[in-house]
Design a protein around this ligand. Structure first.
Ligand code: FAD
Length: 445
């Protein structure tokens, strides 16, 4: 096989424009101008844009899965409003036609040599790398949880996996009353509103569909100190939990599930002195949102920070040490809420940063931290939370988005999936920034 000679990029102290890229002398199958690691929301958004612009042979996507899931739909799958099939499409149908799909896992990064190593021991060479590998859901960090999730009689489910999301609706449908517990771990997790959304759907189901609400205690046991990280929406959510009679236990972190006895152990932290005590709760059903963290191959990787997240400039998404490396989405250390909405907001900025670097310029476009969480509060109502790096609302519509609205529920249920499949993954939806500017400008005129 002929090899490709490229100028390797030495690490630099700060994010700067890349220099000295040789164009491909001789192309081999394992050398690409752009390599995208991961074909999830962010990976496909970027690969689609690049493949459309630069054409055949220039873009490779390294992605091991046959199926791509629209994960934001899993809340509605757990709540019985959509099916798991609705949230899935074959990866082959979503891969950009003129990109090369390398159906392997990335195992190692060697950014000083512009190389990634894959699970079939291949070396893949790139001019520019975009890391978009998502995060790892750590069910195994809760004692007893992996076994409980597998056991159909355990009363334990989780929307955070396609394997267990159907079990959530089974539990809700068949619930006969007792303690229904919904957990929230420490951050970061993807979509920090998701642990609450499924609780509000379940509560609504018990109250208005199965009629078991008056013999049920609904409990939200959260490791966090607040109900939601943005004050405006937290205020609204406190009204929701009060109206629905939901018990909220903050600083209460799930550590063990004893599913044979239907008990769960939580560590409760006293915020005054940080002392902890353990408390066992009886449950009749429990929905677990498990801890999450970086993928194993990113921990201790040269592209990661000390915590294992890809180390990028939070506004340009360019790597802090390797100027031809970028990251998008859940795998990065960008300090915003990890959501598909954030991915949409990041995608346009990343592409502009990449183009600047290709021209030898300093990236100028700035990501503002835009992220969004459609906080479903029942069947037919949603608070559309949208905010930035400073946890300040950054709302698309010129109305009070802190209110529960039917319109936002249908936006979440019926319109957002289409925006995802036909917009984001095709690289044509870069978030609602333009819509927001137009609507708000219209209001000022
Ligand atoms: C229950 C639930 C509810 C949610 N609700 C919302 C919501 O309402 N709104 C919202 O905006 N977001 C929501 N999200 C979050 C959203 O789905 C994620 O933030 C988004 O998918 C992140 O995109 P990503 O590209 O970073 O990662 P992903 O979309 O997870 O993609 C990562 C890809 O990397 C691949 N990969 C993994 N390991 C490797 C490897 N070693 N090599 C190569 N590829 C690899 C994976 O197979 C996957 O295809 C929700 C998520 C869940 C689970």
């Amino acid at each position: 096989m002929v090899s490709l000679l490229r100028t390797s990029l030495a690490p630099v102290g700060k994010a700067i424009a890349a220099q000295h890229f040789s164009t491909a002398a001789v192309l081999s199958n394992d050398s690409y101008r752009f390599v995208v690691a991961g074909g999830g929301a962010g990976g496909l958004a970027i690969a689609s844009s690049l493949a459309r612009k630069y054409g055949d042979g220039n873009v490779a996507v390294i992605e091991p899965s046959d199926v791509h899931y629209y994960q934001p739909m899993w809340t509605l799958v757990g709540g019985g409003e959509k099916t798991l099939q609705d949230s899935a499409k074959e990866m082959s149908k979503l891969m950009p036609k003129n990109a090369t799909w390398i159906k392997e896992k990335v195992e190692q990064f060697d950014p000083a040599q512009n190389l990634v190593y894959t699970s079939d021991n291949r070396k893949v060479n790139y001019d520019y790398l975009v890391v978009a590998m998502g995060l790892q859901v750590n069910f195994n960090k809760i004692e007893g949880l992996p076994e409980a999730l597998e056991d159909p009689a355990s009363g334990v489910a989780s929307n955070f996996s396609p394997k267990y999301v159907n079990k959530t609706f089974e539990l809700i449908k068949n619930f006969q009353g007792g303690n229904a517990i919904f957990t929230m771990p420490t951050l970061p997790i993807k979509c920090p509103g998701a642990p609450q959304k499924i609780m509000y759907l379940a509560e609504d189901y018990f109250r208005n569909k199965s009629g078991v609400r008056d013999k049920t205690t609904v409990m939200y046991n959260s490791a966090l100190a607040v109900l939601f990280g943005v004050k405006k929406y937290a205020n609204s959510l406190w009204k929701v939990v009060e109206r629905k009679g939901i018990q909220v236990n903050l600083h209460t972190n799930l550590v063990e599930v004893m599913s044979k006895e239907k008990k769960a152990m939580f560590t409760i932290t006293n915020p005054a002195d940080n002392t902890t005590t353990n408390k066992i709760f009886d449950y009749d059903m429990i929905h677990v949102s498990p801890p999450m963290g970086p993928l194993a191959c990113l921990k201790d990787s040269p592209v990661s920070d000390a915590n294992g997240w890809v180390d990028v400039n939070k506004t340009t998404l360019q790597h802090m040490r390797f100027p031809n490396v970028f990251a998008i989405g859940d795998c990065s250390n960008v300090p915003t809420s990890k959501t598909a909405a954030a991915v949409a907001g990041q995608s346009g900025v990343l592409l502009k940063s990449l183009e600047s670097v290709m021209k030898g310029e300093i990236p100028a476009e700035k990501y503002d931290g835009y992220t969004s969480c459609p906080l479903i509060t029942g069947y037919g109502t949603t608070i559309l939370a949208e905010f930035d790096f400073n946890a300040a609302p950054l709302e698309t519509f010129p109305i009070d988005q802190g209110k529960e609205r039917t319109s936002m529920y249908y936006l979440k249920r019926d319109i957002m999936p289409e925006l995802y499949w036909s917009g984001l993954l095709r690289g044509v939806w870069r978030g609602p920034g333009i819509v927001r500017k137009a609507l708000h400008a219209g209001l000022k005129n």
